[in-house]
Design a protein around this ligand. Structure first.
Ligand SMILES: [Zn+2]
Length: 253
């Protein structure tokens, strides 16, 4: 069995038995990998704190026949985002990034653009990007890279240009529709005005660091959160608990 190697982000890490840890990675070379770090609970000598969520490591592992769990040989720390997580709100936001990445990454299927997105967002947060623009950036690009960001120029039903006011993200169809078409608005409809659509355009055309000095207005980012939450729930069919934690922390849950 050949030893495999890849850069990887730790997405999740939990105890396994008395002495081991089970760890989920987003690897650059092979998408999502789950593996067992033998002895990582009992002794910190081999893995240290390198298996903390969102550490970037050089991962070496063996795939095991008849098992979907790899055996983790080494995880050498390349870049740590651990200090960032001393701030509870930032820690909660980064947990959202890890959970969404876990939900969208495919097992053993490389997704270089998605890997680079996670890296770019973490680095931007470390450079001072605030939690809300960072999360919206990550969410919009996650939808885009997975081919599910709706067309934001034209109505998904009548194909007319979307008006400045009175457009919606229609959750039932996963598309943006104009108010004329959206007469029987469903409970999942999220208003998506001109400001929100401009914020999305800005996100799609700029690096995340570029938003540090001039983030989109909070009022324009708000609807993006609603659209992403609806789209994520529908696409992953999971309850993303990290978002509930963040909302509770902010007193809105
Ligand atoms: Zn329409």
């Amino acid at each position: 069995v050949p030893l495999k190697e890849s850069e990887a982000f730790v997405l999740r890490s939990g105890p396994l038995g008395e002495s081991d840890r089970i760890v989920t990675f987003l690897t650059r070379a092979a998408g999502k990998i789950r593996g067992v770090a033998k002895g990582a609970r009992r002794s910190r000598r081999r893995f240290g704190a390198n298996l903390e969520p969102l550490s970037l490591v050089r991962l070496q592992y063996f795939e095991r026949e008849g098992s979907d769990l790899a055996r983790i040989e080494t995880a050498e720390l390349l870049e740590s985002f651990f200090r960032l997580q001393e701030d509870p709100e930032r820690a909660a936001a980064l947990a959202c990034v890890a959970e969404v990445a876990d939900a969208f990454a495919r097992e053993e299927q490389a997704d270089e653009p998605f890997f680079r997105l996670v890296h770019a967002v973490l680095r931007a947060v470390r450079a001072g990007l605030a939690v809300d623009p960072a999360l919206r950036y990550f969410e919009i690009w996650t939808l885009r890279l997975h081919g599910v960001l709706p067309d934001l120029e034209r109505c998904g039903r009548c194909a007319q240009p979307l008006p400045e006011r009175g457009s919606f993200y229609d959750r039932r169809e996963g598309q943006a529709v104009c108010g004329r078409c959206d007469v029987a608005r469903g409970p999942g409809a999220v208003p998506l005005g001109g400001g929100a659509r401009r914020a999305i355009r800005e996100i799609l055309t700029r690096a995340p660091e570029a938003l540090i000095a001039a983030p989109p207005a909070a009022a324009d980012l708000g609807p993006l959160a609603g659209m992403a939450a609806a789209a994520f729930a529908d696409l992953t069919e999971k309850r993303l608990r990290s978002y509930e934690v963040l909302a509770r922390l902010r007193g809105r849950g």
